[in-house]
Ligand binder design. Structure first.
Ligand SMILES: Cc1cc2nc3c(=O)[nH]c(=O)nc-3n(C[C@H](O)[C@H](O)[C@H](O)COP(=O)(O)OP(=O)(O)OC[C@H]3O[C@@H](n4cnc5c(N)ncnc54)[C@H](O)[C@@H]3O)c2cc1C
Length: 577
């Protein structure tokens, strides 16, 4: 059942306590509680989303940024962004970031997962070995407009009966034929990819979304909500875990089965012990913060805050990776773009009404109907001095996303006009950032440094992505539709100007990962073992995006879901459920 107050919890004992209900925690809580004899509790800091229409209407997803459903973090000053600090959104909600994200469903590439397998020495993380889990979680469903899927995805690649609905965009746009037509015009540089979830991501194609029946699917709607009536599954919201604590010692290693939590910085503090495991799924920002607050980290970092080191691990909070994102707009010869929705409040009411009555219309859409993943040429100048950080030939170096209207996270939308937005996104970054403590309170944000555009490779790739995007827009298919580049984008012509433009306006795709990453059993260069247990501890695991050794060249929710699906089986296996 769902609880809002720790004192209401019906049990004094849980086998598993899961911290966070996002892509990782939602799957773990739901899958572990499938075993009736496993008592499972999820503790979630954020708000209930039941009945919150903005979390249900796909088109309104971006409007959740900056609302009470957002942690509303801010990064440290980013040298790669000209010293700017930027807003850093994370879901403060039941369902975590899957309740506020943009629902793009991309698995990543064969090479992304095979690299995880190689780094961890556990072939269970390879693309082939994870296939049963992709199929277990997915349910390929019709789009809201029920159009044929033929030629837009490969059904055989997908699961048909899992809890998470996946569908194509449910409303056709004028720009659909233009983008797909441009891949036919320029097939060598911009090939069409019928299904970017087949293992080979390269090319441009139709976006798949975690949308079913025209409505957002999240770890809450797909995993937690259907399990809430199980007598062995409780979820406590509005409550932050402030640390995990040692409950004993086993073979010289500290056991961390204790969880401390409260509802406000000065509110009553509660303690609860798990009989089997504590699983941290608080996401790539908060999981390392909780580990550090628990005395698991670099002794010098912990000492600064007067925290006693229990496990000496200098890697906690390091290796943070993210994808820098830039939006550039063109004016277009059309009056039928999304811009009308932002510019005309009456239209919003009509579309919401249509969505509520029939789950059809523009509001069933995510932010783009097509996107693509592309590689720098093998002889690109940057490879003379920098090694290629991508996982391999099936992973992109950059992504292009196409939106039928003006969308930017750096500048306000113009009040008039019609636009087409081209997003460029560095998806195999070589920059690394960090999460460090700013105080000893979990109620304070940690220092978040995603290291955006902070390496020669990343700025080079962003620049080349912009140039490739401009090239794509010259395809015959766009003739008569695309008018001209808009705003400062129009003035960014030379390489130096494009780089300066990119540093001035880039933000993030909100894809932080790898801040408590897994490595092999024998490696001391990481935070987790390949089974996601925290190195040199007993009873403590991490199941969320912080566990990734590398960020996949993809929107990462799918990788978190699949990681958690396998993790649930690992945990069940270990405890004989
Ligand atoms: C605006 C936005 C758009 C995005 N768009 C996409 C997209 O289109 N496609 C895609 O694939 N990915 C997208 N992502 C990223 C994707 O949602 C995340 O990668 C994924 O949800 C990460 O899963 P997680 O379990 O690691 O963390 P989360 O889903 O963030 O879950 C962590 C949970 O832990 C809770 N928590 C944190 N600290 C505590 C604490 N101390 N005590 C208790 N609970 C705590 C949080 O409130 C949260 O509910 C987007 C993210 C954002 C923010």
């Amino acid at each position: 059942a769902l609880y809002t107050d720790p004192s209401q919890l019906p049990k004094k004992k849980y086998d598993f306590i899961v911290v966070g209900s996002g892509a990782g925690g939602g799957v773990i809580g739901s899958r572990l509680s499938e075993s009736p004899s496993a008592n499972v509790l999820i503790i979630e800091a954020g708000l209930n989303v039941e009945g919150a229409v903005a979390t249900e209407v796909p088109f309104l997803g971006p409007n959740l940024i900056g609302t009470p459903f957002d942690w509303n973090f801010t990064t440290t000053a980013q040298p790669g962004l000209g010293g700017r600090s930027i807003a850093y959104s994370r879901g403060f909600a039941l369902g975590g970031s899957t309740s506020v994200n943009f629902m793009v469903y991309t698995r990543g590439s064969k090479d992304d997962y095979n690299r995880w397998a190689q780094v961890t020495g556990d072939w269970g993380w390879s693309w082939d070995a994870l296939q049963p889990y992709f199929h277990k979680m997915e349910k390929l469903v019709a789009s809201a407009d029920n159009l044929s899927q033929a030629g837009k995805l490969c059904p055989e690649v997908h699961g048909k009966s899992g809890p998470l609905p996946v569908s194509l965009p449910g409303y056709s746009l004028v720009t659909d034929d233009l983008v797909i037509g441009a891949t036919a015009d320029l097939p060598h540089q911009f090939p069409f990819n019928e299904d970017m979830n087949s293992g080979n991501t390269i090319g441009i194609g139709w976006v798949q979304y975690t949308i079913g029946g025209g409505q957002r699917a999240s770890s809450f709607t797909s995993y937690i909500q259907p399990a809430l009536n199980r007598p062995n599954f409780d979820v406590l919201i509005n409550t932050q875990v402030s640390k995990v604590y040692q409950t004993g010692t086993q073979k010289g290693l500290p056991i961390f089965r204790g969880v401390q939590f409260s509802q406000s910085a000065n509110g009553p503090v509660f303690n609860l012990n798990a009989t089997r495991e504590v699983i941290l799924s608080a996401g790539a920002v908060k999981t390392p913060q909780i580990l550090l607050l628990s005395g698991i980290g670099s002794p010098s970092e912990l000492k600064k805050h007067g925290i006693k080191t229990i496990v000496d691990n200098a890697h906690v909070g390091t290796n943070l990776q993210d994808h820098p994102l830039l939006s550039s707009a063109y004016t277009v010869n059309s009056t039928a773009t999304f811009d009308a929705i932002g510019q005309n409040p009456a239209l919003v009411g009509d579309l919401l009404n249509q969505w509520e009555t029939s789950k059809t219309g523009e509001f069933v859409l995510g932010p783009a109907n097509q996107l693509g993943w592309l590689r720098l040429p093998g002889n690109a100048e940057i490879f003379k001095t920098q090694h290629d950080p991508s996982a391999g030939s099936t992973s992109g170096h950059y992504e292009l996303i196409f939106t039928d209207g003006f969308v930017s996270f750096a500048v306000p939308s113009p009040s008039t006009g019609n636009y087409f937005s081209l997003f460029t996104n560095v998806v195999s970054p070589s920059s690394r950032g960090s999460i460090t403590l700013s105080s000893t309170s979990v109620f304070d944000s940690p220092n978040i440094d995603p290291g955006l555009l902070n390496s020669p490779f990343d700025i080079f790739t962003m620049r080349e992505a912009i140039k490739a995007g401009k090239q794509f827009m010259t395809a015959k298919a766009f003739k008569g539709f695309i008018l001209e580049p808009f705003g400062e984008f129009a003035d960014a012509k030379t390489d130096a100007e494009i780089e300066a433009y990119a540093r001035k306006f880039s933000t993030t795709v909100w894809h932080p990962t790898s801040s408590a990453s897994m490595t092999s059993w024998s490696s001391t260069n990481g935070v987790l073992n390949p089974d996601l247990t925290v190195k040199c501890t007993v009873g403590l695991r991490v199941v969320d995006a912080s566990a990734f050794p590398y960020v996949p060249a993809a929107h990462p929710q799918t990788a978190v879901y699949v990681l958690a699906e396998r993790a649930a089986d690992i945990i069940k296996g270990k405890h004989g459920y």
